[in-house]
Design a protein around this ligand. Structure first.
Ligand code: COA
Length: 175
C-alpha cells in the first residue's frame, strides 16, 4: 500500500510544510512550541518525513534521551502525524518502523512513547512502570506511558527519563 511513499530525513526547507501538517493533524493542539525546537536540536533527534508524490504525508520525531543514572541512549517517540486525508493507509506505521530501523543503526534499543496503547501496542509497546516520565502524569494517562525494546534481551533501565529542553514543559505531560 506504501509503494509510492518516500521516507527521508527532513531538510531545512521542509519546515513550513511540517508546520502545516501539524495544524491539520492536530487541529486542537498547538505543537509549534515543541516541534520547531525539536527540529533545531539537530543530531539529538531523528526526524523523518513521509512524502507522497512530493507532498508531505506524515512526519515523526524520535528524541534521543537518557535515563537518570544510566549510560545508554534511549529514544522518545513523538510527535507522529499523518495528513488526515491519508489516514489508515499504513503511513503512520511505515514512519514508526523506518524510525526503528534508524535507531537500530545507531544502536539505540529502547523506545518510549506517551500515546494511545490501542495504536502503539501494534508495534510492541507495553506499559512502562520502571522509567518515570519527566513530570508525573495525570492518573488517567498512566497506561499511555509505554516502551519497547527493538531487540530481544535489552537491559531495562530504572529512573526518570531525562529529556532535552523542548520536552521540559510540564503542560506536554499533564494536559
Ligand atoms: C495516529 C496516526 C498517526 C495514525 O496514522 P495512520 O497512518 O492513519 O496509521 P496506520 O495506517 O499506520 O494504522 C492505521 C490503524 O491504526 C488505527 N488507529 C489510528 N489511530 C488510532 C488511535 N488513536 N487509537 C487506536 N487506533 C488507531 C486505525 O484504526 C487502523 O487500525 P487497523 O490497522 O486495525 O485498521 C494518525 O491517525 C494521526 O496523525 N492522528 C492525529 C495525530 C495523532 O493523534 N498522533 C498520535 C500522537 S500520540
Amino acid at each position: 500500500m506504501n509503494d509510492n511513499l518516500e521516507i527521508r530525513e527532513n531538510l531545512p526547507g521542509d519546515a513550513a510544510g511540517i508546520d502545516e501538517l501539524y495544524v491539520t493533524a492536530f487541529p486542537d493542539e498547538d505543537l509549534f512550541p515543541l516541534v520547531r525546537p525539536l527540529l533545531d536540536l539537530g543530531q539529538s533527534v531523528i526526524s523523518l518525513l513521509g512524502l507522497r508524490e512530493n507532498s508531505i504525508a506524515g512526519h515523526i520525531i524520535f528524541t534521543l534521551c537518557r535515563v537518570e543514572g544510566g549510560e545508554d541512549t534511549v529514544a522518545l517517540l513523538a510527535p507522529l502525524a499523518v495528513a488526515p486525508a491519508l489516514h489508515n493507509q499504513g503511513i503512520g506505521s511505515a514512519l514508526v518502523q523506518t524510525g526503528f530501523n534508524h535507531l537500530e543503526q545507531i544502536s539505540i534499543d529502547h523506545v518510549f512513547v506517551l500515546g494511545d496503547p490501542a495504536y502503539y501496542g501494534r508495534f510492541g509497546f507495553k506499559t512502562e512502570d520502571k522509567v518515570a516520565t519527566p513530570y508525573p502524569l495525570p492518573i488517567e494517562w498512566r497506561g499511555a506511558w509505554q516502551s519497547m525494546h527493538l531487540r530481544d534481551g535489552g537491559a531495562t533501565p530504572e529512573g526518570k527519563l531525562l529529556v532535552p529542553e523542548p520536552w521540559r514543559d510540564i503542560a506536554l505531560w499533564t494536559s
